[in-house]
Design a protein around this ligand. Structure first.
Ligand SMILES: NC(=O)c1ccc[n+]([C@@H]2O[C@H](COP(=O)([O-])OP(=O)(O)OC[C@H]3O[C@@H](n4cnc5c(N)ncnc54)[C@H](O)[C@@H]3O)[C@@H](O)[C@H]2O)c1
Length: 345
């Protein structure tokens, strides 16, 4: 089997996760690493792959089939556009950009070049979410009514020793909530308006430590997301979905979706409905779907291979990345202004 050559641009925390999955794979080949740091150079040396300080030199010399863009947010668009203009497909880490205007630059570049973009909203590749989406699409929940998400966790105090994490934009709305927004868009459909309240009452930093968002979906359903990085609580996806070994796993649920004919909790995929009379006086039936645990980062890279080789359309393209960013920024803006924010379809 011929291997698909993938270059890695930005070998930091998440870049190394991608490198780990690429080097373990039987059908992907790590073509090169571009990262200006000594640590990036040393990593490339230890893996026996070419190292470049500059991603453009790497793209021109190595000509990989795809590149993972895992650099800081503000560089995503310029680096990804450099890839597309050389015919190299790009897996761009989330958030796709810092602003909607920048994200639009990538959407335009994708349209102009015809080279695919996959945005790294890795939860979409988790088989739990894929199954949940199938259940919703099957109509078993009926018409969607409501979604309730808990994203409450405790970041340790030393996390905030880095100044930008205490300042505007460094808080859980833009860092963490974006994952919930993308997952809700994936399962519930487009978000059309947003209201929210944020608080910094516990940590007292410039940035929020807690927020409550209310979302309206295009299909008329409503959603709430409770978010806090200062709560001693097990109720968040990262703890209960088992995606990342760095978080001890908790046997709880974090996402609840209700329709006119059934409700679904995640990650346990329990489906509740009425078999006979549909009434709050009647007994409910509880069904469970088991899915195999799988690493979403591995699945995401395998999907990227299929995208590069033209077998699949990106599960999260540039426009999807833009819309998720737009709705997340709207939660932030609504908290600041106290006004509801409408999102253009
Ligand atoms: N999907 C996820 O689960 C997930 C998790 C963590 C981070 N992320 C995203 O991944 C991105 C990187 O985050 P991180 O935590 O790995 O950051 P990091 O600071 O650990 O790593 C960034 C790396 O990029 C390198 N770099 C900077 N500019 C570069 C350039 N122009 N060319 C090449 N390399 C360059 C830096 O030297 C560093 O090694 C961010 O956008 C973040 O939001 C996603």
């Amino acid at each position: 089997m011929s291997k698909t050559s993938i270059a890695l641009i930005g070998a930091g925390l998440i870049g190394r996760t991608h490198i780990d999955r690429i080097t373990r794979s039987s059908n992907l080949q790590l073509a090169a690493i571009a990262d200006p740091t000594e640590a990036g150079k040393a990593l490339a040396g230890s893996l026996g792959v070419p190292w470049f300080a500059d991603h453009r030199s790497m793209l021109d010399a190595v000509k990989p089939q795809g590149a993972v863009v895992a650099t800081p947010n503000q560089t995503h668009i310029s680096v990804a556009v450099d890839c597309l203009e050389r015919g190299v497909a790009a897996l761009v880490e989330k958030p796709v950009a810092d602003t909607v205007a920048e994200a639009q630059v990538l959407v335009d570049a994708q349209t102009r070049t015809g080279v695919p973009v996959l945005v790294g909203h890795h939860r979409r590749h988790n088989p739990i979410n894929r199954r949940a989406r199938e259940i919703v699409a099957s109509g078993r929940l009926g018409r969607l009514v409501a979604a309730n998400v808990m994203a409450t966790f405790l970041k340790p105090d030393p996390y905030f020793d880095v100044a930008w994490r205490r300042q505007k934009g460094g808080g859980p709305i833009l860092i963490n909530l974006i994952h919930e927004v993308d997952m809700l868009r994936f399962l519930m459909g487009e978000i059309v308006s947003v209201q929210s309240i944020a608080s910094n009452a516990v940590r007292g930093f410039e940035v929020e430590d807690t927020a409550a968002a209310v979302l309206r979906f295009a299909n008329g359903a409503l959603g709430t997301v409770l978010l806090s990085d200062t709560a001693t609580s097990p109720w968040c996806w990262d703890f209960c979905a088992g995606e990342q070994d760095q978080y001890p796993r908790q046997n709880v649920q974090s996402h609840f979706i209700s329709g006119t004919h059934g409700s679904l909790s995640l990650p346990d995929l329990e489906l509740w409905n009425y078999r006979g009379e549909r009434s709050w006086h009647a007994e409910m039936t509880q069904e469970k779907t088991f899915v195999h645990k799988a690493d979403p980062y591995t699945w995401q890279l395998q999907h990227f291979r299929d995208v590069i080789e033209g077998r699949e359309a990106p599960l999260c393209g540039a426009l999807d990345g833009l819309r998720t960013l737009q709705a997340t920024l709207a939660v932030h803006d609504a908290a600041v202004s106290g006004q509801s924010v409408n999102l253009a379809a």
